[in-house]
Design a protein around this ligand. Structure first.
Ligand SMILES: Cc1cc2nc3c(=O)[nH]c(=O)nc-3n(C[C@H](O)[C@H](O)[C@H](O)COP(=O)(O)OP(=O)(O)OC[C@H]3O[C@@H](n4cnc5c(N)ncnc54)[C@H](O)[C@@H]3O)c2cc1C
Ligand code: SF4
Length: 333
């Protein structure tokens, strides 16, 4: 690990000011990803600005949503009774990730901005366009069982690893940012960039911009929502394929539906084509199959990750059927 300066910020303004004063700074959340990367010398910041003690509250919004401070830990968020009651998909997604010890340390902002788990990215002897632009991508011809089938490019096929982000994208979360030019907010689905020719540019964050909070809008149908994750081990493993889902019925048709995928996309993947195909459709197995195919026709596989296509198809189908059944049951009770 390279030597670095450490600064504990007392508020967001000071954190940004400290970051602007120095070259090559990184904000530090729980450090569960960044410090690992520093140990491997994949990341070599000259200074860390610790923001882990800032923004630790979860507050009600005036519209009936939740405003979640960026420094809230993953464990706190998953355990919050309002999250468990109103957005169970989020609580379950978080609890499917990492380990209890890591969730106790990891913050909301750090989770959203964690880097890919592509093994070649972590191995500084490998060619990796994300770590070193223009150097190539060893994953394409190498071991790519865990890699993306949606949103990939010839430059990079790495998946976004966060479970929490998948649930939040399905919930239409907004990210609140603060930076040298002031405050702004954007849909979480707009935060992460697909790799294109610049896989090193992972988000639309401006230099020194800080995530200060994530806002969940009120969403009654989220009270019956699920996160299902398929992985190689029952715990402590990243998703091969995961699905966040919820549905609301309007008589015999699908009134609204949310579907997002993890483990298959280069970004937390909102399945908008499938959603569009389902909204207003008469409830039937055929409608679900058609919607799933509409989403997955964009998938591009490699020899090692082709199985994800079949797995995603089955998981999306079974989860959509289950959410329709849940919504029917909810309507009858
Ligand atoms: C063994 C293991 C298994 C895991 N399994 C899973 C899993 O199954 N699913 C899953 O989703 N995750 C998993 N994780 C990843 C874990 O969830 C992340 O390491 C964690 O969420 C990162 O949060 P952090 O606060 O520690 O981030 P940090 O490591 O502190 O930071 C991560 C990044 O975010 C930036 N950052 C932090 N805070 C801010 C801010 N406020 N504004 C702007 N930038 C900021 C940092 O500069 C850094 O680039 C696993 C991790 C490990 C080690
Ligand atoms: S898939 Fe992306 S992160 Fe992995 S080696 Fe290729 S360029 Fe690097």
């Amino acid at each position: 690990m390279n030597a670095f300066d450490y600064h504990q910020a007392v508020d967001a303004e000071q954190a940004i000011e400290q970051a602007m004063r120095r070259q090559q700074t990184r904000y530090l959340g729980g450090g569960t990803n960044l410090v690992d990367l520093m140990r491997e010398t994949v990341e070599r910041p000259a200074a860390l600005i610790d923001v882990s003690t800032l923004a630790r509250e979860i507050e009600e919004t005036t519209h009936g949503g939740l405003f979640i401070g960026a420094g809230v830990t993953n464990a706190e968020l998953a355990a919050d009774p309002r999250v468990r009651m109103r957005y169970p998909v989020l609580s379950r997604a978080i609890l499917c990730g990492a380990s209890a010890q890591i969730r106790n340390m990891a913050t909301v902002a750090g989770n959203l901005l964690q880097r890919t788990r592509c093994a070649y990215f972590y191995d500084i002897a490998s060619h990796c366009n994300k770590r070193e632009p223009g150097s190539g991508c060893d994953a394409r011809e190498g071991f790519h069982r865990y890699h993306a089938i949606l949103g990939a490019s010839s430059s990079c096929i790495a998946t976004h690893p966060s479970d929490m982000a998948v649930a939040m994208v399905a919930l239409d979360a907004r990210v609140h940012l603060r930076g040298p030019d002031g405050e702004r907010s954007l849909a979480l689905s707009e935060l992460h960039r697909e790799p294109g020719e610049r896989p090193d540019l992972e988000t639309v964050l401006a230099p020194e911009e800080l995530i200060v909070a994530v806002e969940l809008p009120p969403l009654p149908m989220a009270a019956i929502s699920e996160y299902r994750k398929v992985r190689d081990r029952a715990s402590y493993a990243f998703a091969l394929v995961s699905v966040a889902s919820m549905a609301a019925l309007d008589g015999d048709t699908i009134g609204d539906v949310r579907l997002a995928l993890g483990g298959v996309g280069t970004v937390p993947w909102r399945a908008r084509r499938a959603e569009a195909a389902l909204r207003g459709a008469a409830i039937s197995e055929r409608a679900i199959d058609t919607a799933v195919e509409a989403e997955l026709e964009m998938a591009r596989t490699l020899p090692g990750n082709g199985f994800k296509l079949a797995l995603a198809r089955r998981l999306m189908t079974s989860e959509l059927k289950a959410r329709v059944a849940d919504a029917r049951e909810g309507g009858e009770s």
